[in-house]
Design a binder for this molecule. Structure first.
Ligand SMILES: CC(C)C(=O)C(=O)O
Length: 506
C-alpha cells in the first residue's frame, strides 16, 4: 500500500495572512465548499479564534455548512493556550477541532511567554483537558519549530515527551520563517520520527527560500503523515507551499497516495485568484496560464507526430488543455494546430504567408492569440474567413465628477445602424450597457465578460500603448485583445473583435 498523505489546506487562515488579502464571509464559504466537496482535501483550517467578529461569522457560516454536510470534523481553527477562551469561541462557532498554538522553540517560550517549559506544558495541559471535556479534538502547533530544533533540540524533545502524555491527536511542525533546506528538513524531521515513532506529524512549510516544495518532499520521505498547503501559495511574506506543487510531487515523484481530485485544482485556484485579487503567475507549475502552452514549433511538430513529447504532467489531469503559442517562434505546425481548432483550412502556400506574418508581428513584440488568426488571415490573404459584419459607426463617452458615465453607441450590423445610450459605472461599463441594449433589440445574447486585464508597460509615459485583454464566456471561453494608448478604446477594440467572432461563429 502506498503511503497516504493527508492534506490540511490553510488558504483561509494562513493564506489570508498575505499582505492585502482579505476574504468576505461568502467568499470563505465558497472556497471551503470547493476545498472539501470538490477538490476533496482532507482538512481545512479556516480562522484564528478571537481575531474579530467577522472572523467568527465566517467560521460559523463554514461550520454550519460543514456540520450539515458531514465535514464538521474536517474544519479546524487555530486557537491559543488561554484556558477556555479560544475553546468557547470555537464551540460557539460550531467547531470541533482546535489547532493549539504552542511555543516550539526555547527562545520563544522564555522571551515571549516569559515561562519555563514546565510552566508552558502545565498551561497546555490545562487547555487540553478543558478541550477533552468539551469534546473538542486537539492538534498542537509547535511554532518556530525549525529554529527550536536547531537551537534547542532538548527543549523540543522534552516538549513532545510532555505532549505525548496528553490526549492530543497530532503535532504540527512549522518552518515558520521558511529557513530550512531539504537536507536540514530531513535531519530535523528524522529526529522527530525516530524519537516519537507513534506520533502523527504534519509539516507546515513556508517559501522564503523557494524551497518549500523540496522541504515537503523531505518531510514526507521521513514518514510525516500530513502537509499544510495553500491555494496559489498564498501566505505571509513569500507564502506557504502551494497545494498544486504538492500534488505534483506526491503523486508523480513520491508515488504516494492522496484523496485530492486534481481535475478540480485549476478551477479552485482560479476562484481563489479572483477572490484574493492576486494573479497566479503565468509560469506557476500546473496552474499558471502558460504552463501548458507550447511555444516552439518543434514541440507542436512532435505533438503532431505521435505525441513525441508526451509526459506525465498532461493538462487533462488538471482540467486543462494544451495550447500552441503564436509568435516569432511559431512554425507551420503551431499555426496548423490553431487553425485546426478553429476549423479553418488553408493551402500550404497560404499557411506559409500567414506564418510569415505571425513571425513578423512576433518580432514587433505583439502578442497574438488563436482568436486573432482569422483577422490576420483576412489581412494577409484578403479572404473572408471573418466577415467584419459588425462595425462601430461612432460613439461618445463621458466621465464627470459625481455623475455616472454615459455612453452613446452606434454600430452597424449587416448594413443596418443601431444606436443606444446608457449610463454605467465608468466609461467601459456604460459602453457595454449601450451594447447590451442594442443586442436586446437584435434579440441576441452577448457572451459574459469573465476577466479584464490591462497591461501597461513599465515606465512613466502617459501616452504609452496599453493592451487590454478580455476573456469572454459563451459556449466556449475565449480572449480578445485591443491595443491603444487609451485603455477604454483598447477595451472597445477587443469588444468589437469579440462581436465579429460570435457573429461569424468562429
Ligand atoms: C501560526 C503558525 C502556526 C504558523 O502559521 C507558522 O508558524 O507558520
Amino acid at each position: 500500500m502506498p503511503q497516504y498523505v493527508e492534506i490540511l489546506d490553510t488558504t483561509l487562515r494562513d493564506g489570508e495572512q498575505t499582505s492585502g488579502v482579505s476574504f468576505t464571509e461568502s467568499e470563505k464559504l465558497r472556497v471551503a465548499q470547493m476545498l472539501l466537496s470538490e477538490l476533496k482535501v482532507d482538512r481545512i483550517e479556516v480562522a484564528s479564534a478571537r481575531v474579530s467578529d467577522g472572523e467568527f461569522r465566517s467560521a460559523k457560516v463554514i461550520l454550519d455548512w460543514a456540520n450539515a454536510n458531514g465535514f464538521g470534523q474536517a474544519v479546524e481553527i487555530l486557537g491559543f493556550v488561554d484556558g477556555d477562551i479560544s475553546l468557547k469561541w470555537i464551540e460557539k462557532a460550531g467547531g470541533h477541532v482546535i489547532n493549539l498554538l504552542c511555543k516550539g522553540s526555547k527562545k520563544h517560550c522564555e522571551k515571549q511567554l516569559k515561562k519555563t517549559l514546565d510552566q508552558h506544558l502545565a498551561d497546555i495541559a490545562n487547555t487540553v483537558s478543558i478541550a477533552n471535556e468539551m469534546g473538542i479534538t486537539v492538534n498542537v502547533y509547535l511554532e518556530d519549530w525549525s529554529n527550536g530544533i536547531k537551537d534547542s533540540e532538548d527543549y523540543v524533545i522534552d516538549m513532545v515527551k510532555g505532549l505525548e502524555k496528553m490526549n492530543i491527536n497530532r503535532i504540527m511542525l512549522p518552518d515558520t520563517l521558511g529557513m530550512l533546506n531539504h537536507k536540514q528538513t530531513t535531519a530535523y524531521c528524522s529526529i522527530m520520527t525516530s524519537n516519537f515513532p507513534d506520533m502523527k506529524f504534519d509539516f507546515h512549510a513556508h517559501n522564503d527560500y523557494d524551497l518549500s516544495v523540496a522541504n515537503v518532499y523531505s518531510a514526507l520521505e521521513c514518514g510525516f503523515s500530513g502537509v499544510h498547503t495553500t491555494l496559489n501559495g498564498l501566505g505571509e511574506r513569500a507564502g506557504n507551499v502551494p497545494l498544486s506543487s504538492v500534488i505534483g510531487i506526491v503523486k508523480d515523484h513520491l508515488n504516494y497516495d492522496m484523496k485530492v481530485d486534481e481535475s478540480k485544482l485549476y478551477k479552485t485556484c482560479k476562484l481563489v485568484e479572483s477572490f484574493s485579487g492576486l494573479r497566479i503567475p503565468a509560469n506557476k507549475p500546473l496552474i499558471g496560464e502558460f504552463v501548458f502552452t507550447q511555444t516552439s514549433g518543434i514541440h507542436a511538430d512532435g505533438d503532431n507526430k505521435d505525441n513525441l513529447y508526451h509526459n506525465s504532467i498532461n493538462p487533462e489531469r488538471f482540467g486543462r488543455t494544451y495550447s500552441y503559442a503564436l509568435g516569432k517562434m511559431s512554425g507551420k505546425a503551431s499555426i496548423k494546430k490553431n487553425l485546426d481548432e478553429l476549423g479553418i483550412q488553408l493551402s500550404p502556400e497560404e499557411t506559409k504567408k500567414v506564418t510569415a506574418k505571425i513571425i513578423e508581428l512576433g518580432d514587433k513584440k505583439e502578442s497574438i492569440s488563436k482568436e486573432d488568426l482569422p483577422f490576420i488571415i483576412k489581412d494577409v490573404l484578403g479572404s473572408q474567413i471573418v466577415d467584419p459584419s459588425i462595425k462601430i459607426k461612432n460613439y461618445s463617452l463621458s466621465v464627470a465628477q459625481g455623475l455616472k458615465s454615459m455612453a452613446t453607441l452606434c454600430i452597424e450590423v449587416n448594413g443596418k445602424d443601431y444606436e443606444k445610450t446608457a449610463a454605467g459605472d465608468g466609461q467601459y461599463d456604460a459602453f457595454m450597457n449601450s451594447l447590451n441594449l442594442i443586442y436586446e433589440e437584435l434579440g441576441k445574447e452577448l457572451p459574459k465578460l469573465v476577466d479584464y486585464e490591462v497591461q501597461i508597460p513599465p515606465g512613466g509615459e502617459t501616452d504609452a500603448l496599453v493592451i487590454t485583454t478580455i476573456t469572454w464566456q459563451s459556449e466556449k471561453r475565449f480572449k480578445t485583445r485591443g491595443l491603444d494608448s487609451d485603455q477604454t478604446v483598447a477595451a472597445i477594440k477587443a469588444t468589437i473583435k469579440m462581436l465579429n467572432i460570435i457573429e461569424n461563429n468562429i
